[in-house]
Design a protein around this ligand. Structure first.
Ligand code: GLN
Length: 177
């Protein structure tokens, strides 16, 4: 998706990779596994430090969970970067079969609505004072937020052909530089 919108992209696997990039996307997957791998590959401290000093990070789905300060029902062995001031609930819509798609009105992206793909998605329940809701489901459930340099969505924009969320993040990186 990043390459499609003209942004240079590379994989980040080791702490030294963080020195080569201007912003980071933490993708979906399984948040406990991602957290444990961040610890065992020595990425956790560097990411916490960067997140707190304005480095742009975008978490999608499991990536959003790993960014959160507070995860409802978090296991004792689930490490978090813990910088995004929200409480997030994992697997809030139920099992894999309860995955779904929805069109969201997102004012920072303009028209048309954004077609969002939710896969065993979390919801964002509590928003800290400086966290802004960017998108909600029809019932008001928050599914996208921004806290200054940090962006998080419950859904997976990379699974569509709509690059607007990634372009929005690229704009955030430009403004943070
Ligand atoms: N259910 C996963 C978790 O809680 C997230 C799923 C996803 O990233 N699509 O970590």
């Amino acid at each position: 998706m990043l390459r499609t919108i003209g942004v240079e992209a590379r994989e980040v696997r080791l702490p030294r990779d963080l020195d080569q990039i201007d912003g980071l996307i933490i993708p979906g997957g399984e948040s406990t596994t991602i957290g444990k791998l961040l610890v065992s590959f020595g990425l956790m401290d560097g990411l916490r430090e960067r997140a707190r000093t304005g480095f742009p990070i975008y978490g999608t789905c499991a990536g959003a969970i790993v960014l959160a300060k507070d995860v409802e029902g978090r296991g004792v062995d689930q490490p978090l970067i813990g910088v995004l001031d929200v409480t997030i609930q994992r697997n809030a819509f139920g099992r894999q079969v309860d995955s779904f798609e929805a069109n969201l009105a997102v004012s920072v992206l303009g028209e048309p609505p954004f077609h969002a793909v939710f896969i065993r998605a979390p919801i964002i329940e509590r928003l800290g004072a400086d966290v802004e809701a960017l998108a909600r489901l029809e019932d008001g459930t928050v599914v996208a937020v921004q806290q200054r340099n940090l962006l998080a969505t419950s859904f997976h924009p990379e699974l569509t052909t709509d690059g607007r969320f990634h372009r929005y993040f690229a704009g955030l990186i430009e403004r943070c530089q």
